[in-house]
Ligand binder design. Sequence first.
Ligand code: NAG
Ligand code: NAG
Ligand code: NAG
Ligand code: NAG
Ligand code: NAG
Ligand code: NAG
Length: 406
Amino acid sequence: MLAWVVASFALQSALQLAFAPEAVGAISVSRFRGRNAKIAPKVFIIDMFDSEGDAWNGIPEFNVLEHNITIPGFSSLFPQAHCTKDGSICQLVTGEAEINAASTITALVHSPVFDLKETYFFIAGIAGISPKVGTLGSATFAQFAVQVALQFEFDAREKPANFSTGYVPQGSTSPDEFPQSLYGTEVFAVNDNLRQLAIKMAKTGKLFDDAPSQAYRANYANNSAFAAGAAPPSVVACDTATSDVFWTGDLLGAAFENTTKLFTNGSATYCTTQQEDNATLEALLRGALTGLVDFARVIVMRTASDFDRPFDGQSPAANLFDSGDPGFEISIQNIAAAGVPVVTGIVKEWTSTFKKGIKPTSYIGDIFGTLGGTPSFGPGSIFGGKKAPTKRSLRRRGVRSVVRSV
Ligand SMILES: *[C@@H]1O[C@H](CO)[C@@H](O)[C@H](O)[C@H]1NC(C)=O
Ligand SMILES: *[C@@H]1O[C@H](CO)[C@@H](O)[C@H](O)[C@H]1NC(C)=O
Ligand SMILES: *[C@@H]1O[C@H](CO)[C@@H](O)[C@H](O)[C@H]1NC(C)=O
Ligand SMILES: *[C@@H]1O[C@H](CO)[C@@H](O)[C@H](O)[C@H]1NC(C)=O
Ligand SMILES: *[C@@H]1O[C@H](CO)[C@@H](O)[C@H](O)[C@H]1NC(C)=O
Ligand SMILES: *[C@@H]1O[C@H](CO)[C@@H](O)[C@H](O)[C@H]1NC(C)=O
């Protein structure tokens, strides 16, 4: 912090010099590095598209538009990282879906501009939500992220008649059989102790609600399974499902609820639906493997903008196409309502609590056990409980590989 203040003036001109749009390149970056003044944010906010990013602008607590820094490898639509003047809080927009999320976060993790070893990564986006667990405007915090569509898929019109869904785990021959072939990104677990602290801080914020959301959620009130969907928005601990495909409807909702349980051996509660989190987590996990980031410092928050399935009597198409997106506005507002207390809480209690980290007491990492330890889901560590070696590629045994072409 002190070093930052001292370096601030020099840094500001270095930033302008090195990261003027026309000066992004190897020479500028190495000149910047030569000054040995990396930005070490306490919190890095990760958004996925422009409205989520805009949620942080114009708030009284902090201003992430004080420094704009072009980072090679970011999306062409969102080429810059945004930071407060003191560098303690930064924010970026990845672009949507898994490829954009993985690419941008990989570029961030390996950028010479930042020192991210002590940084808290705060995924803060909107999502669909299951009316069984939450409602429009709810702010959810996940422990597990499941890549639910990483499966075989039949069009439902051609699936075997006795299958409950057209999705079948890879390498398996029925929808309820644990995947026999794993790619490693199927499930991530983040630090639950940190999640509980984040939930406590988020609860000090006041969530927005509005009349269009209230009117829409009232439709869910006559089905007791959807009681949470009919109730006012709140802060909820529940897990998130990632897919490039924006799925919708009762059957896919139920199928991916089942997949979430299956892939996590019953640990996760499916509630939100989004298109990026496992990709972001994979890029962070790879950074953690070489010590560039600390995977125990990841928070996954999603505020709900829409329901993943219709209310009774409504068609899935009407829920997707004709609802008028009543929850969108409060979901964006609630990113800041729930998220600002998390960000300012981490910064305020940095010295007393967060600098040294929040020790996880349950497994964190992926389904392979890449960071060491034994996953509470999947077939167990493929690295014998140790951290993955970084010197050779390890061929996995005992799993049937699934190869698309060749
Ligand atoms: C940073 O970029 C935003 C637009 O994304 C702009 O409004 C703001 O003024 C810029 N900040 C600086 C310091 O140039
Ligand atoms: C579906 O039927 C086939 C053929 O009878 C059987 O082998 C398979 O186990 C069944 N699968 C499920 C999921 O019931
Ligand atoms: C996605 O990430 C979540 C952690 O947020 C994890 O629980 C889940 O298993 C991951 N899914 C896949 C398919 O990687
Ligand atoms: C529940 O309410 C919706 C409209 O709000 C209606 O279409 C549906 O028929 C109702 N279902 C039952 C079981 O009453
Ligand atoms: C989900 O799993 C339950 C219990 O195994 C099963 O009855 C149901 O058909 C499954 N739903 C879908 C859509 O796969
Ligand atoms: C998870 O379930 C699979 C399939 O039943 C099983 O092979 C695996 O051992 C289970 N993992 C854990 C950690 O219980």
